[in-house]
Design a binder for this molecule. Structure first.
Ligand SMILES: Cc1cc2nc3c(=O)[nH]c(=O)nc-3n(C[C@H](O)[C@H](O)[C@H](O)COP(=O)(O)OP(=O)(O)OC[C@H]3O[C@@H](n4cnc5c(N)ncnc54)[C@H](O)[C@@H]3O)c2cc1C
Length: 402
């Protein structure tokens, strides 16, 4: 039996909460610190809901720089770039460009796949143990391609044809009839039958409810800060008051970069803004399968009796405020692609910042501070990778000598 420790987690998003759950299950005393009035209100709130376990290729890939140049001249492009006089942005972009090659993409995709599959397996165990209430389903994920060359490339990259089935446009329409009218405009699709969807915000709330029934857990509302201390151990304060703990896990999403700075840890995190729309619609018009329109980079997921659409990567956005032009474009795309689920004019709108590393691989690691672990940088896949990341932290805690 590993030693019981008191562990403090900074950040009550999906990463902090899954970490808390894994550590409570391993028998530790856990305090979670969140500065907002509730958990899961930042990047984990209105995301695409995809538990995209098989489809984990990082954004940085061969061809992306060229695509990005063409997107820069196209109104309503899936990726927008605003260059700023900010060394951190330039550094991040240079590292991103360095990762835009097939070899690095494949290497990072296999790291992500391993983490994703561990996430999937353990989430199912947690569900068997009673965790529920987050609109989980396993309908599979269909990625549809309009561009023939992109489809050919994706089809070639399939490793296991059982788990990633290459489909004709007609087969795509059969798998998800709600998108049948799109078939004549498609080159084909790839269907991953094992992929899942759920509501990430409800997942955060379910985790909190389960944690709060445990005597070794407590949630503290307040602003955490980190500073260097003696004997290679760092210190934590909450609203300026010193807080005693054996181990600190930094899981504060994008804010982790600023929190780690006083500790001489330069985290390569950058916020990639994205948007979502949520509409209520009749069961009959909602898709069952979760669908990604690859060329427009829009994901469509049914969450209960709602449809959630998520899209866009804005590089250089300063905060998560909603840009009206981008959201109007998303509404137009939705109305063209899936008109029956509209009208989208009254959809609930949301924007969030993906806490992204240049490679797309999160940082789940010890630091030069003996009592500090990092669980940050999950970018576009934080919901998908959260449970596996939490287990990695649990394993690291067990090997710690603080
Ligand atoms: C448009 C969009 C669509 C997405 N779609 C998907 C998807 O379909 N599937 C998927 O897997 N992922 C998706 N993602 C990515 C996913 O949402 C993120 O990777 C994930 O939510 C990051 O979780 P986090 O816990 O690291 O960060 P957050 O959810 O931002 O949580 C960090 C928490 O730390 C708190 N905090 C910060 N600083 C402090 C402090 N000093 N003291 C105390 N608390 C602090 C914050 O208040 C916040 O609650 C999407 C993201 C976006 C933006």
């Amino acid at each position: 039996m590993p030693a019981k420790r008191t562990i403090t987690i900074v950040g009550g998003g999906v990463i902090g909460l899954t970490t808390a759950y894994a550590l409570i299950q391993a028998g530790h005393d856990v305090t979670l610190i969140e500065r907002e009035d509730n958990v899961g209100l930042q990047a984990s709130f209105g995301n695409g809901g995809q538990l995209s376990y098989r489809y984990v290729r990082p954004l940085a890939d061969a061809g992306v720089p060229l695509d990005a140049v063409s997107w820069m001249f196209r109104a309503g492009s899936p990726i927008s770039l605003k260059l700023r006089p900010d060394w951190h942005q330039w550094r991040w972009l240079l590292d991103f460009l360095a990762a835009c090659n097939a070899r690095t993409n494949q290497k990072n995709a296999s790291i992500l796949l391993k983490l994703a599959l561990r996430s999937q397996k353990t989430l199912h165990q947690w569900q068997q143990d009673g965790l529920d209430g987050f609109l989980w389903r396993q309908p599979g994920k269909l990625v549809v391609y309009r561009n023939a060359a992109k489809f050919k490339k994706a089809a070639k990259a399939v490793i296991n044809p059982q788990q990633e089935q290459v489909l004709t446009p007609q087969e795509c329409a059969r798998i998800e009839p709600a998108f049948a009218s799109l078939a004549p405009r498609l080159a084909g699709g790839i269907f991953s039958p094992d992929d899942e969807v759920a509501d990430c915000h409800l997942f955060c709330q379910s985790l909190l409810t389960a944690l709060q029934s445990h005597p070794s857990f407590r949630l503290l509302r307040g602003e955490a800060r980190l500073e260097g201390g003696e004997n290679d151990r760092c210190r934590i304060t909450i609203d300026g008051v010193k807080h005693e703990t054996d181990v600190i896990v930094l899981a504060a999403g994008l804010a982790s970069r600023a929190l780690a700075k006083p500790l001489d840890i330069a985290l390569p995190l950058y916020g990639l803004k994205g948007y979502s729309l949520t509409v209520q619609a009749d069961d009959a018009v909602l898709p069952t399968v979760s669908v990604t329109d690859y060329d427009n980079r829009v994901v469509y997921a049914r969450l209960g009796n709602r449809l959630r659409l998520a899209a866009m990567v804005d590089i250089g956005a300063l905060d998560a405020s909603i840009n009206p032009e981008r959201i109007e474009h998303l509404k137009r795309l939705a109305a063209e692609t899936l008109p029956a689920a509209g009208p989208y004019t009254s959809a609930a709108t949301w924007a969030g910042m993906r806490p992204a590393t240049p490679t797309g691989v999160p940082i789940i690691a010890p630091t030069q501070w003996k009592n500090l672990l990092l669980n940050v940088g999950h970018g576009a896949l934080g919901f998908t990778l959260s449970v596996g990341s939490a287990l990695t932290i649990r394993d690291l805690v067990e090997g710690m000598h603080t």
